[in-house]
Design a protein around this ligand. Structure first.
Ligand SMILES: [Fe+2]
Ligand SMILES: [Fe+2]
Length: 361
């Protein structure tokens, strides 16, 4: 509730300027935010955490199997290339697959950090600027988390060309909604599904905990993108919506194909062509790549980008069925799970402190 009274109405003094990266909006209306945006901002402030304190980095990692997964999770499992691997080769492959996967998360998080800061600048409303500022801090923390984790693995991969190309498109578009659509909906939607699979299948406590905590933040980011775009997209013309659907269709195919892991096969001296062909055709890998779209499909439907182009693309990709997923429910479950892990952590810390106090007597 504002008690400031401007000597001129704010609508008459708005200021939009430009820098090399796009529009810069100033807002003089500091008080009249939308309730749902301000709630996200409040939640963002309350839920800040310190990665060095909340995560127990002393947890051990088996370097030959960092995620503690069964062999059938290796994408070329069952192939002649897999059968040729000895124990050392399999250990090396599992390490490289984990480091490749988490390297892409790391680079994607830096992309999110830069996009969130761009949103602070581009978005016209103060409530969204408030919220996006909390996201800038969240994304910096995620970069820190994945970078620290990769230091423990000791190997990192450069950014995948498909991910880089989507980031390039998003960052070079000066329209604010394209930043949200590319980053908050597509890149983060896909990352969330991948995080969810890792969280649920890993046998390693460190990998599970850090993934669950990052997911708790990401749920707010996706909620923000959905809220903003759901308000905005009904006002676009058919041609404007079509342009966005075409961008999404192309990006979804590129993102699916980045999971063929070309870089890992070539780096380890395996036959890249044979491995890619196997991963491309293997039934379990096709199912895995489909699951990456459990979040994106219902969100695009929810924000009103679900015309013929999008439906046909998802039909061809075999993921149209995810349109019926209850996205709010799975986001709530993500939040719940992270809270439970955190409760167990706090209880552990309390127990250790109590033991220490007894020893001091
Ligand atoms: Fe993030
Ligand atoms: Fe995010």
């Amino acid at each position: 509730m504002t008690t400031k009274r401007y000597v001129l109405p704010v609508e008459l003094t708005g200021w939009k300027t430009k820098d090399d990266t796009g529009e810069v909006h100033f807002s003089w209306d500091y008080d009249s935010g939308r309730e749902k945006m301000l709630n996200l901002y409040d939640k963002g402030k309350r839920r800040q955490w310190d990665a060095q304190i909340r995560i127990d980095w002393s947890e051990t990692i088996d370097i030959d199997n960092p995620l503690g997964t069964e062999d059938h999770f290796v994408p070329i499992w069952g192939s002649p290339m897999f059968d040729k691997l000895d124990a050392k080769g399999l250990g090396e492959l599992k390490l490289h697959l984990a480091s490749w996967q988490f390297s892409q998360f790391l680079h994607g998080e830096q992309g999110a950090l830069i996009c969130a800061s761009k949103i602070v600048q581009n978005v016209p409303d103060m409530d969204s600027k408030y919220y996006a500022a909390t996201q800038v801090m969240d994304e910096a923390r995620h970069v820190e988390v994945y970078s620290t984790y990769l230091n423990k693995l000791g190997i990192a991969y450069p950014i995948n060309p498909n991910l880089r190309s989507i980031l390039d498109d998003v960052l070079n578009d000066s329209r604010w909604d394209m930043t949200y659509l590319g980053m908050q909906v597509l890149i983060e939607g896909l990352a969330l599904a991948a995080f969810g699979m890792i969280r649920n299948m890993t046998g390693n406590k460190l990998a599970r905990d850090l993934t669950a905590y990052v997911m708790q933040d990401e749920a707010r980011h996706v909620a923000f993108g959905r809220n903003a775009l759901r308000d905005y997209y009904p006002n676009l013309t058919e041609a404007e919506r079509q342009e966005r659907e075409e961008f999404c269709a192309e990006a979804c195919i590129a993102m699916r194909d980045r999971f063929l892991a070309n870089e890992v096969w070539s780096n380890l001296g395996l036959d890249t062509k044979e491995c890619v062909q196997w991963v491309n055709e293997s039934e379990s890998q096709i199912a895995f790549r489909s699951l990456l779209f459990t979040r994106i499909v219902p969100i695009l439907k929810d924000i009103g980008l679900f015309g013929k182009t999008m439906r046909d693309t998802f039909e061809k990709m075999g993921v149209l069925g995810f349109a019926e997923v209850d996205i709010d429910q799975i986001m709530d479950e993500d939040d719940q799970l992270a809270s439970e892990i955190d409760k167990a952590r706090v209880a552990d810390v309390d127990k250790t402190v109590a033991l220490g106090a007894l020893e001091d007597l």
